[in-house]
Design a binder for this molecule. Structure first.
Ligand code: FES
Length: 198
C-alpha cells in the first residue's frame, strides 16, 4: 500500500511498528511473564515526548522536530503574521478548530498556547504529503496575489494559513493536527504530552 491512497500514513507506520514488536514478543515467550510485559527501550523512545529548545528561534522563523516519526513544526510568528490570521476567517473551513478532536488550547484563531508560537504536525490532512512553507506574502509567494503567508501542499494544492488552518474548497478536509505539548520554560517545549495528561 502506498501513501497515494487515502490512509493515515503516520498511523500506518505506527501500526507496522506495533506489529513488528508483537512478533518479537512471540520469539521471547520463555521470558518470565512480568519481564515480558515491560515495553522495550526502543518502543518507549519511539512514542516518548520530545523536548525542543526554542531559545534561538527568531520571529518569522520555523524549526522542525521529529515526534513519533512525524515532523512537528514550531513557528515563531511575528506580529504581522498574527494580525493576518484575524482577517481570513471567512476563507477557512474551521477557523476556530471546532470541528476536530483537538487540544482545547488550540481552539482559538492562533491555535496555540502562546499566540506567537505555533506548534503543528507538518503532514497534510488530505493524503499525508508534507506541505511547503510559503511565508512570503502576495504575488512573491507564487501562490496567490493576495496570499497572506502559510503553507502549500505540493501534491494536490491544499493551502493552510500560518495557524495550520485549511482553506475552503481544497482537497484537505481538516486543519493540520496540533499535537499535545506544554512549556517547561519560555525556551523549552515538550511535544507529546500536555498539562491535561494527554
Ligand atoms: S496530500 Fe493532497 S493536498 Fe496535500
Amino acid at each position: 500500500m502506498s501513501c497515494d491512497e487515502k490512509v493515515d500514513c503516520g498511523r500506518r507506520r505506527l501500526l507496522v511498528a506495533t506489529a513488528a514488536a508483537g512478533g518479537a514478543a512471540g520469539v521471547v515467550a520463555v521470558v518470565p511473564f512480568v519481564a515480558s510485559m515491560l515495553p522495550s527501550e526502543r518502543a518507549k523512545s519511539a512514542g516518548a515526548p520530545v523536548e525542543a529548545d526554542i531559545s534561538k528561534l527568531a520571529p518569522g522563523e520555523m524549526m522542525t522536530v521529529e515526534w513519533r516519526g512525524k515532523p512537528v513544526w514550531i513557528i515563531h510568528r511575528t506580529k504581522e503574521m498574527l494580525d493576518g490570521l484575524a482577517k481570513i476567517g471567512d476563507k477557512l473551513v474551521d477557523p476556530q478548530s471546532e470541528k476536530q478532536m483537538q487540544p482545547e488550547y488550540c481552539k482559538n484563531e492562533y491555535r496555540s498556547i502562546k499566540p506567537e508560537i505555533m506548534v503543528a504536525v507538518g503532514i497534510c490532512t488530505h493524503l499525508g504529503c508534507s506541505p511547503t512553507e510559503k511565508f512570503k506574502t502576495g504575488a512573491e509567494s507564487g501562490v496567490e496575489t493576495d496570499w497572506p503567508g502559510g503553507f502549500l501542499c505540493p501534491c494536490h494544492g491544499s493551502t493552510f494559513d500560518l495557524a495550520g488552518r485549511v482553506y475552503k474548497n481544497k482537497p484537505a478536509p481538516d486543519n493540520l493536527e496540533v499535537p499535545p505539548y506544554k512549556y517547561l520554560s519560555d525556551a523549552k517545549i515538550v511535544i507529546g504530552e500536555d498539562t491535561t495528561g494527554a
